[in-house]
Write a protein that binds this ligand. Sequence first.
Ligand code: ADP
Ligand code: MG
Length: 340
Amino acid sequence: MQHTDVNTLGEFGLIDHLTKEFAIVQPSTVKGVGDDAAVIDNGALCTVVSTDMLVEGIHFDLSYVPLRHLGYKAVVVNLSDIYAMNAFPKQVTVSIAISNRYSVEALDELYAGIRAACEAYQVDLVGGDTASSPKGMTISVTAIGQAEKDKIVYRSGARPGDLICITGDLGAAYLGLQLLEREKRIWLENPDVQPDLENQKYAVGRQLKPEARRDMIEAFRKNSLLPTSMIDISDGLASELFHLCKQSGTGALIEESGVPIHPESEMLALKFKLDPITCALNGGEDYELLFTIDPQDVEKVKYLPEIYIAGEMLEATAGIKLNTKGGNLHTLKAQGWVHF
Ligand code: ADP
Ligand code: MG
């Protein structure tokens, strides 16, 4: 048997390679692999399903992530994928694989976080699986949501001329991670030094306790706004924009001045000698929404708080470009988070 390194394909190449031979045989399967969640037609309503896995040492480091926060985040990142379909999550299942290093008390903490997320987003924990693991912890959460068929928004619906919108602000979660990693290194070198995170509460909070944008999906409903395409920003703006453009068959132009970045993120980026826009484009874990709207709907978003118009979809031949504050046009690269 040949041995091809999985890294040669990259995450998305590998998913494509593994799933391309699977035919869809059920008429109720509206959308299979390739969006934030799968869509299943149940008559009046569609069911929307998404799964994400968090692996210790890859996605989280328990030397600075409290278990309660980890539980909360594991649920929230899945709910974010359901909202990204313009649907509402209703249930979750939680599966864990754990080594004997973890006590009942530690797992109680994890589940306190899971419970807090279930309460905050009004979703029910309805099942899961528990297994032992030779080393570390793995958490897999599946979220199940609902929406009317004509309300579901895919990655593929954007058209040239549509306006590109971003919620909240970007880059802070990545900067929070840089800060936690730095404090960990300092602590390992000198355990007597206490971490100094007090002045960086915003970025650390964005990394340790992300929230999913349920408020935005509610605002869309209230204002009768149906985005033409949508994705949640888990891997950085550049990577998500590439997904929207690839699946919609468009290009895009982003204005650097239109990309929302929190003032604390800007200051922190400068401290780390990073360009804030690079953190927004290539950082990860913001769990904000990137969506496009028909320009006729611009009045509907203009007065909604925390929605920023950052650019325009173009014909595919125009490519994917960033117009910097200095007036230079850069071609964007899809530099997502590489988890392998
Ligand atoms: P997201 O970042 O929104 O969670 P992913 O990039 O993880 O999405 O996944 C992209 C698509 O590929 C999704 O439709 C997901 O369900 C599917 N997918 C990922 N891994 C696998 C796998 N091992 N087998 C089948 N489908 C997969
Ligand atoms: Mg997603």
